[in-house]
Design a binder for this molecule. Sequence first.
Ligand SMILES: Nc1nc2c(c(=O)[nH]1)N[C@H]1C(S)=C(S)[C@@H](COP(=O)(O)O)O[C@H]1N2
Ligand SMILES: [Mo]
Length: 434
Amino acid sequence: MGRSEDSNSEKQAKLKEISERREFLLGGLGLMGGAAAGSIGIIQSAGASSNLPPNVPAWTKTLGTGVVTNPYGQPSPFEADVKRRTVDWLTADRLASISFTPLGDIKGIITPSAVVFERYHSGLPQIDPNQHRLMIHGMVKRPLILSMDDLMRFPSTSMIRFLECSANGGMEWRGAQMDRVQFTHGMLACCEWTGVLLSTLLEEVGVSRDASWVLAEGADGSHLSRSIPMEKALDDALVVFAQNGEALRPEQGYPVRLINPGWEGNTCVKWLRRLEVGDRPWYQREETSKYTDLMPDGRAREFSFVQECNSVITSPSPEKPLRGKGKYWIEGLAWSGRGKIKKVDVSLDGGISFRPARITSLVLPRALTRFGIEFDWDGSPALLQSRAVDETGYVQPTFRQLRDVRGSSSIYHKNAIHTWKLMPDGGVANVQLS
Ligand SMILES: Nc1nc2c(c(=O)[nH]1)N[C@H]1C(S)=C(S)[C@@H](COP(=O)(O)O)O[C@H]1N2
Ligand SMILES: [Mo]
């Protein structure tokens, strides 16, 4: 995986030396196995050995910087590798493009706002909230134009829900193409979203009895717009102005966006400027030419809103290789647009046998759910898979099962069981089993 043999054996020697020293220092406390201590050794060995035990580190012998060193906090500079990344060949330019969440590095179930994936159809607009309005009109009794202040006077609520582009993993329909979990599954995030239920706003305007759809339109240059069935609008659709406790980030639709929990990200219209109530779908670009699924019989499936049950192992992964034999914590994320995750099983042999994983997070409906399983690696190759089951009993399909139904012309809604090939050098490759 791009690591030269030489620097590897050098590292191994250093690692052995450090881990032997550590084992001596830890005095048989049994705090760490050799492999775990070794991987810590690698991180700290680069030019910083004088800060290691038994020495007192430099930062312990001096004062730090004062409060408000960062008026709006930044991560440690040592975390600079945790960032959004793009795949240059994927889109023609950076305006109608995508960046991916670093799934291999994030912890728990909340995605930090700063690294939530971005999907733009016409670039990132900078919107002055004082000059932004949300209009609600169409088949309603009392059409409204709301300022942001007006919107915030309605009762608000918060929910932790995932957001996933239905093109997530779409490249994999054509074979195992991407070399990071960030790219195979990173059009995915989970935030606490705060806003006003769309049902509250629709009650305020008084929806006509014959109305059955709502059009949501964005204020960006693409005027991205989607038809939302009234049933969803009156269920859990949320008109969101805050994310993880702060105002929405510009990238996520500041000052206001729609979140349709569990539904494809494309319906979650950002920079929301207009909601029109009607009695039929509008058949906009994003629900005809795009975001429909070409089926094997040549017909296209439309309005495939729900993001079905899915999961992936985030570590090990191509960007999180193993460093020598020993004990590891295999972990990953599972989610379902239909509700809560019921269980996740992990296979080490490409799906021949499975063991139940531990669920290690809150289990919320339509939210990322974290799982993990202990792994004592003897250095032999393995085919790692996770398989999630949601509360409806739906079992995440194999790629073959998915292709049997969907054929080979799909782009969206790929939720097949994913396979990582663990190699004897600890490297991890993206593979597909036939
Ligand atoms: N107005 C507007 N809304 C939009 C988009 C857009 O380009 N313009 N992209 C959509 C798509 S395809 C997705 S997957 C999600 C992505 O949300 P995010 O950028 O906050 O991750 O926003 C959706 N809402
Ligand atoms: Mo999307």
